[in-house]
Design a protein around this ligand. Sequence first.
Ligand code: CAA
Length: 259
Amino acid sequence: MAESYETLLVEIRDGVAIVTLNRPKALNALNATVMTELVAALKGFQADAAIGAVLLTGSEKAFAAGADIKEMQGLDFVDAYLGDFISGWDGVGAFRKPLIAAVAGFALGGGCELAMMCDFIIAADTARFGQPEITLGIIPGMGGTQRLTRAVGKAKAMDLCLTGRMMDAAEAERCGLVARVVPYERLLDEAVEAAHKIAGFSQPAVGMAKEAVDRAFEQTLSEGLRFERRLFHSLFATDDQKEGMAAFIEKRRAVFKNR
Ligand code: CAA
């Protein structure tokens, strides 16, 4: 039974948790309540062995139009600094199960940054990404300058962060920000299908694949390769490796037990 939240809708479907950001009047602007609720929901999914993947989405008009400007407007430096403003979102980046963003409409500022905290983004053809913080007299604060640069390279990241312009889904796919673009009508089905597929695999293998890809952004190639090799070796200790390979040889579908 899914919990109920003020700013999120949560539906559990066959091992997949579908989380919909739900502040329609504010284009899903990300305030403290959204942050607290989303991080709490993810903690619950982390602890729930039945959940194999999580899908995060918004509305047709907006995945999220950024951090809540009305909430931030009165903040001063000392309060922001001492309160470590916005650091609570790190809880999303720390989530260990696969997290897919299904993005339609605006994904701006913190909305783009939230999508980039997910493991990959499936975008509707209506999606628009941007880091418009510069137009507000600030810069991205939820990882935009770092994750965007790693995702799309310096030229495009500088362009977006310095001009504040938006890019459409086709440009986002071309530059590697999003994994796939689909017509809006197909967005949720496509994302749910991907999430179900992932949720059907061995959770230890899925978790290690995520960890290993993430490591590529943290360290040198030789250290990353060593890290991958150690994880790869460790998976031979699982029953799921025996099952996966036996199923291939016996020409049947593998049934993973996450052991
Ligand atoms: N914060 C608070 N409220 C927001 C919001 C935000 N980020 N984005 C939209 N809203 C609110 C609007 O204020 C408006 O509310 P009211 O009806 O009460 O006036 C409502 O949502 C609908 O928005 P618009 O009328 O502006 O809708 P539009 O279709 O004309 O424009 C938009 C859509 C281009 C996305 C425009 O809303 C916009 O530019 N939003 C702000 C985008 C932005 O600057 N995001 C970055 C925020 S800073 C940040 O995220 C910092 C960080 O890195 C963590």
